[in-house]
Design a protein around this ligand. Sequence first.
Ligand SMILES: *Cc1c(COP(=O)(O)O)cnc(C)c1O
Length: 390
Amino acid sequence: MRPETKALHTLPHDPSTGAVCVPIHQTSTFEQEAPGINKGYDYSRTNNPTRRAFEELLASMESGTRGVAFSSGLAAVDAVLKLLSAGDEIVAVDDIYGGTYRALHTIYNRFGFKVKHVDTSDPGNVLEAITPRTKLVWLETPTNPTLKVSDIRAIASICKASNALLLVDNTFCSPVAQQPLELGADIVLHSITKYIAGHSDVIGGAVVVKDEALGERIKYVQNATGAVLGPQDSWLAIRGTQTLHLRYERISRSAQRIAEWLSTHPEVAGVNYPGLRSHKNHLVARSQCSAFGGVISFWLKDDREGTAVDLVGHTQLITLAESLGGVKSLVCVPCRMTHASVPREARIAAGIQDSLIRLSIGLEHPDDLIGDLEQALAKVTERVTGNTHA
Ligand SMILES: *Cc1c(COP(=O)(O)O)cnc(C)c1O
């Protein structure tokens, strides 16, 4: 089955009633027939049927054996990091998600983890950074917000040779566009908050693996530390998954048009989008993803933070907000918002200029979004040249 069919037919109808939707099992505990004898569920931190349904659905979409759903994407990040011990090394993509950076450098640094950030868009940099102490290689592809693409197959073989686990944060692609486990990764991580739930109404995360023993270890960490996705949110995540392919296809088509339009705009200095032929790893992206998603970033010829801040103050349809992957288009200035916790030097080195603007394209008509960007860019340009008509 293809992912869109799996999204609809992985879960059986409810055997007790025939309900075509998974029930929301809003319960903390389950009756036992005798001490230790139950119907597979004893306490909802350990297992809940609605959460379990979502985990099975996502595992099937990612071609994994085990899914574990968490209360946020960062809770999923945290659970994976708890597989490691003091002294272990991690090699991570340089423009890693800001929250993951913060966890690594302000929390896990105190527990004796060593993290090396490299530009993983060249697999040679991973090969150079990896040592016998490297237990985990952490990729995001494409990255946030510079949309760097890394070759999952090439990096998977480097990791295999050196006995390190390869994790791919697949939030930006979603399982309908990219399946890292099929490309050789060991762990797939998601912020469910983004494309999978898809409507800006849920915070959630997940981990999916192929290896059953590894799945057991992650499940053990979750049960021992407690960051589970609630039944309501699991149900919303299931509902989101059913329309994911349609949303993702439409969003990707709109984003391609908008990225091409931005590339020709006289005030725009550069556009990052894996679907553009000008993208450094466009061919790698084409070899591992079937669509390029809705996140675009671009920077202005006038590279002052203030100008970017000005621009996002003028969009009318496109909402100034953090996050991405929902039905409504959003815009943000990463250096002030999503990446405010990354030191400026590290930011600039990773290509996050002061005027970099990130768009998350939603389901509006692309012409309306282009119109909105056009009027906002015109206002900022007027201000820059002093050419106001007020
Ligand atoms: C949002 C995001 C996360 C964190 O997820 P939350 O659900 O916000 O905790 C992790 N990785 C990426 C790539 C993200 O976009």
